[in-house]
Design a binder for this molecule. Structure first.
Ligand code: RM4
Ligand code: MN
Ligand code: MN
Length: 397
C-alpha cells in the first residue's frame, strides 16, 4: 500500500513549500585546486557581482533567498562593509545569510587560529570571531558558521589536549557574545589542510564543543567532511536525537572534500539524509536545520552549477518527503526487510521532476530553471561584461 494520488499531491506541495537552501557567495568566484585556478570570464569578482548572481539563481528557482558570506572574501573591512551589504540586499532582493569567519588565510594562522600555541594569535582569532558575530547581528543573520583549519602535520609537534582546552575557552567566549536567537555552528572535518590531527575532526568533537560553549551552539555537517565509508545519515539521526544538529553544508564527493555538485556522485546519500530529516519533522523534534551549499565550481559554469545543485536538492528533498513513513514504520516493526527496503528504494526511484515542475509553475517560476537560465542569456551577458577584467578575487585554492 502506498500513498493515494491526492495524499501524494498534498505532501509534495507541503514539502516544496517548506524547502529553501542557502547559496554560498564563494560558489560564484573563481576557485581551483591546489595546482591552480582556471579563470572563467563570468566569475564574480566583487560582492556586488555575487549578489547579482545569487539574485539570478533565486529568480530561476525561487528557493534561495539568502547568500552565505565569507567575512574576509566579502567584507574585507569587517563591520565597515556592512552598510554596503545592506544596500546590495535591497538592490538585489537577496538577504545576507550565514556569516563565515575566516580563520585560515592569514599568515599568523600557520600553526593554528583558536588553537594556536601563541596566546596573542588565539586572541586575534577570537577577536575576528567576535567581529563576525557583530557583523551577523547587523546583517540580521541568525547563524555564524565556524570552520577551523587548525591541526598539525606531524606526531608529537603539538599538544592535542592543550588545544582542546583553548578551543573550549574560545567557544565559551564567543557564545557569550551571541544575541538571543543567534547560533554558533561548529563545523568538523577529518583532515585537510592538516594531515596528522585536526582539532575539530568529527561530529563527536563538535558535539562536545557545542555542549561546552552553550545552548545556542550547534553542529554543522558538511557532507564532504567524512571518511569515505562513514554513514552520514546515522550521524544526522544522532544529532537530531540529541538536538544538536544546526545545519548542513551540502556538496558531493568521491574521495575527500571534493566540493562537487550535490547529488552528482551519490544522490542516494542525500536522499537518505533527507529521510532522517523528514522523520524528525513528523516526530516534531525541535530542530531548526539550516540548509546551505558549500561547493567549489572550478570546471562547470558557476551559475549553471548552482542552479543545477538547487534543483537536485529540491528533487531529492521531494523524493524523500514522499516516502510512506507510516507504512515503512509498520514494515520495520515486523522486520519485513525486503518490503521495507523496496518501499524506501521505490521512493528514491520515483520521478518527481514533473511534480516539481508543476509546483514551480503555480509559483510563477520557470518549470525548468536550467533551461530558463540557458534561454535567458544571463551567463553570456555577464561573461561579456566581466570577461575583460579577469582579475582574481580572494577565495580558496
Ligand atoms: C572548508 C569548509 C568551510 C568553507 C571553506 C571554504 O573546507 O568546508 O565550510 O568555508 O572550506
Ligand atoms: Mn563547509
Ligand atoms: Mn569543505
Amino acid at each position: 500500500m502506498t500513498h493515494s494520488e491526492s495524499v501524494l499531491y498534498d505532501l509534495a506541495v507541503e514539502a516544496l513549500d517548506s524547502f529553501q537552501i542557502e547559496i554560498p557567495s564563494w560558489g560564484f568566484a573563481n576557485t581551483g585546486t591546489r595546482f591552480g585556478k582556471f579563470l572563467q570570464p563570468a566569475a564574480a569578482t566583487t560582492i556586488e557581482e555575487k549578489f547579482s548572481d545569487a539574485a539570478e539563481v533565486n529568480r530561476l528557482t525561487g528557493v534561495t533567498p539568502t547568500m552565505a558570506l565569507h567575512v574576509l572574501w566579502d567584507l574585507p573591512n569587517g563591520l565597515e562593509d556592512v552598510p554596503a551589504v545592506a544596500l546590495l540586499e535591497s538592490r538585489f532582493g537577496i538577504r545576507a545569510g550565514s556569516i563565515n569567519p575566516n580563520l585560515f588565510q592569514d599568515q599568523e594562522y600557520k600553526f593554528g587560529s583558536l588553537c594556536n600555541p601563541s596566546a596573542a594569535i588565539r586572541e586575534r582569532a577570537l577577536a575576528h570571531v567576535l567581529d563576525s558575530i557583530e557583523i551577523a547581528k547587523r546583517t540580521g543573520s541568525r547563524d555564524i558558521s565556524l570552520w577551523l583549519a587548525d591541526g598539525s602535520n606531524y606526531p608529537g609537534t603539538q599538544s592535542i589536549r592543550k588545544r582542546i582546552a583553548w578551543l573550549e575557552e574560545a567557544l565559551v567566549a564567543a557564545h557569550a557574545h551571541l544575541a538571543p536567537g543567534q547560533r554558533l555552528l561548529v563545523e568538523y572535518k577529518p583532515f585537510e589542510p592538516a594531515f596528522y590531527h585536526t582539532d575539530i575532526a568529527d561530529w563527536g568533537m563538535s558535539s562536545h564543543l557545542c555542549r561546552v560553549a552553550g545552548p545556542q551552539a550547534r553542529v554543522l555537517v558538511d557532507t564532504g567532511h567524512h571518511y569515505a565509508a562513514q554513514n552520514i545519515e546515522q550521524i544526522v539521526a544522532w544529532l537530531l536525537h540529541t538536538g544538536l544538529l544546526g545545519g548542513f553544508h551540502f556538496n558531493d564527493r568521491r574521495y575527500a572534500d571534493d566540493d562537487l555538485t550535490l547529488g552528482s556522485i551519490d544522490p542516494y546519500q542525500i536522499f537518505r539524509i533527507f529521510h532522517e530529516l523528514h522523520c524528525s519533522r513528523t516526530e516534531s523534534l525541535p530542530n531548526a536545520v539550516a540548509f546551505m551549499i558549500d561547493q567549489s565550481h572550478n570546471l562547470k559554469g558557476k551559475i549553471e552549477a548552482t542552479v543545477q545543485t538547487v534543483v537536485a536538492a529540491q528533487e531529492l528533498w521531494l523524493k524523500a518527503a514522499l516516502i510512506d513513513r507510516e507504512r515503512l514504520a509498520a514494515l520495520q516493526e515486523t522486520c519485513d526487510l525486503v518490503a521495507a527496503e523496496e518501499l524506501f528504494r521505490g521512493a528514491f526511484w520515483r520521478d518527481v521532476r514533473p511534480m516539481a515542475a508543476a509546483w514551480r509553475k503555480t509559483r510563477g517560476l520557470p518549470a525548468d530553471p536550467l533551461a530558463a537560465l540557458r534561454e535567458g542569456g544571463y551567463s553570456e551577458r555577464i561573461a561579456r561584461e566581466r570577461g575583460s577584467r579577469f582579475s582574481v578575487v580572494n577565495s580558496y585554492a
